[in-house]
Design a binder for this molecule. Structure first.
Ligand code: SUD
Ligand code: ADP
Length: 274
């Protein structure tokens, strides 16, 4: 059985408070976008080992047991004593991009195992499992526009459709540490709350829908700021860094022709329609 884990982008991201446990409270809207990995499982004839991971496409650092799809399988195996599996993961989503690729793979693995082995686990329970694998992982279970608060794990649905808008996502060859990005931020409550701004037309988002990480990340990696400015220069209606970076997305009007921009050979670029 095969499935296609997609990414999320962050529409606004306010870091509101530092918590006593060292984590931060935040407010953001996660929006799903169809940039996808491919994830397949087959019951394995090799009963000597529980899983075998075959990876294709972009490389991911770490051992197979560090991979979130394996962690998701082992979590479900503990609960349901699953048969051994072959896992095929084709990575097309860049890692460390603020696009949630690893979290999405993990959440889709939970859903895939639930469907393939007819485990009968509810969406709500799948969300509980997913939350143990990563802060934004549970979002990918329902995978619909979502307002997130708390440490990014308390969800409520939002009425928002960007259907028809065109999107361009660029990830330069730059690594941003999420931990450092948080450490360099001064938490504050936003002048324009994310939840309110996204009710307004996209044309009004430019100066009001803000990703707080840009303040801490842009000075260290000016290339990310340059990409955002370039997207506006080429007609984006709204552009922002996603998550803690390093990718940047631009939204373009439904009827427009996307600009052709040379981002250099080291950059990853995706274009699509929402
Ligand atoms: C901030 C977001 C917004 O989408 O960034 P992206 O991952 O998308 O870039 C996510 O919630 C990130 O979630 P996730 O990527 O799962 O973060 P984790 O690995 O759990 O945390 C990495 C580190 O970031 C800090 N951290 C993370 C989440 C949070 N609410 N407060 C924090 O202070 C902690 O220092 C933690 O050790
Ligand atoms: N299946 C996976 N895909 C991508 N990254 C993974 C996966 N499993 C584990 N990781 C690890 O998770 C980390 C974060 O990856 P990812 O979720 O893609 O980035 P981000 O949270 O910035 O969007 C990476 O450092 C990577 O080593």
């Amino acid at each position: 059985m095969i499935t296609f884990p997609n990414i999320k982008i962050n529409l606004g991201l306010s870091i509101t408070e530092k918590r006593p446990d060292g984590y931060h409270n935040l407010e953001t809207v996660f929006y799903p976008v169809a940039l996808e990995d491919a994830l397949e499982i087959r019951t394995s004839p090799d009963t000597d080992r529980k899983f075998t991971l075959y990876q294709h496409g972009m490389e991911i650092a770490g051992k197979p047991e560090d991979n979130l799809v394996v962690k998701a399988y082992l979590l479900m195996d503990k609960e349901f004593h699953l048969p051994p599996v072959e896992i095929h993961l084709y990575k097309h989503i860049p890692s460390g991009a603020g696009l949630g690729g690893g979290s999405s793979d993990a959440a889709f693995m939970l859903k895939l195992l639930n469907d393939h082995y007819q485990l009968g686990v509810s969406e709500e329970q799948l969300e509980v499992y997913a939350a143990t694998l990563g802060a934004d992982c549970a979002f990918f279970i329902k995978n619909r526009p979502t307002f997130a608060e708390g440490i990014g794990n308390i969800f409520s649905p939002v009425e928002l459709s960007l259907s028809g808008y065109q999107i361009m996502i660029i990830k330069p060859d730059v690594f941003v540490s999420t931990r450092e990005a948080f450490a360099n931020i001064r938490p504050h409550h936003p002048e324009y709350p994310v939840k309110e701004v996204i009710r307004r037309p996209v044309t009004e988002w430019k100066d009001t829908l803000i990703n707080d990480f840009e303040t801490s990340v842009f000075p260290q990696h000016p290339i990310i700021r340059d990409i955002k400015e370039e997207l506006y220069h080429h007609g984006a209606i709204y552009a922002s860094m996603s998550g803690s970076g390093s990718s940047v997305f631009g939204l373009f009007a439904p009827e427009s022709t996307l600009p052709e921009i040379d981002w250099g050979t080291d950059a990853f670029c995706f274009t699509g329609t929402l």
